[in-house]
Design a protein around this ligand. Sequence first.
Ligand SMILES: [Zn+2]
Length: 324
Amino acid sequence: MKQDYVISIDFGGTKILSAIINSSEGIVARVKKATMTTDTKKNLPLLITQSINELIMQTSIPESSIKAVCIGAPGSVDPRTGIIGLAPNLGLKHYNLKDEMQKYTNIPVLVENDVNLAALGIHGFGEAKGLSNVLVVFVGTGIGGGLILNGKIYRGASFIAGEIGHIHIMDNGPICGCGKKGCFEAVASRTAIVRDLSKSIRLGKASRLAKLVKTKTRIKSKSLLDALIAGDSLTVKQVAKASETIGKTLAGVNNLLNLDMIILGGGVIEAMKKYTMPTIKQSFKDFSFRDSAKTTKIIATKIADESALWGGIELAREFLDIEV
Ligand SMILES: [Zn+2]
C-alpha cells in the first residue's frame, strides 16, 4: 500500500521543530534546529529547507510521497496566501513565506498561525478530539490562542482571531511586544514573570534566582520550576500571580464563548503544571459567570510540543484535500 506523509514545521522565537508525519504511523522522523536571529527574511527559508532535506535523508521515504509542507508561524497568517501579516518577535511584516519557500521546494507549502496549527492537532488527534468548542492557549515567551468553534478552526475576518495574549487587562500596565500597554501576555507570560522577578531582586528581595539575574542569564521555565520546588517565596508569589491572571482572563473569554474545553500548553504550563494548574482552575472558577464554567473542562495538553506537528495533517486536509 502506498503511504503518504506531510512534513510539519513549527517555528518560534528560539527553535524550529520539524517532522515527517501521517495519521497512521505518527511521527516517523524529526529534526530540531535553533532559530537564526539575524536576517530572518533571508535565513528562514534556508533553515526550513535544510530541515526538509534532513528529514528526507533520515528516512527512505521518496519525496513524491510527501504531499505538503505545513508551517506553523507566530503572528497573524493568511493560510490561503501564506502571508505572515505581522510577527513582531521575528521582525517580519507582510512576508510571504509560502512564495519564498516554493523557490526551494516543489512540494506544496501551507502556512498557518502556530497556535492555530497546534489547536488543529489537539482537535484532530489530542485531548479535544470530537469536541465542538475548544480554546487552546499556549503560555511561554508570549501567550497565544487558537479557537475551534462548531468543530472548525475559527480564524476571524482577517485571520487574527485567537489573539488572547493581546486582550487588555491592566490600565497603565507593562508595555507589550505589540506596542500597547497592559496586554494579557505582558502581565502573565514567562517574559512577564521573569521581568517582575528580576525587578524585585534588583530592589533587594532575596531569591534563589538572584545569581541568574545578576549575571544576566536568561531565565527559562526550568529555572523557575527549580526555584518553585525549592520553595523560593518570590518565585512562588510571581507564578501564583500569573496563574491567577490566566484563570481570570480565561473565565472572561469563557463567559463569552461557553466552551467545552480549554487546553493549556507552552513552556510555562509544561514545566510548572503542578504549580500553575490548581491556581488557574480556582481563579477560573472564581471569575466565571454563574454556571458558564460548570461544563467547561480546563486541562494541560499532553502533546504540547507535538501538537502543531499533528496539526499539519489537518491543514493539508483542509486546504489541499489530502488524506495522509
Ligand atoms: Zn499586546
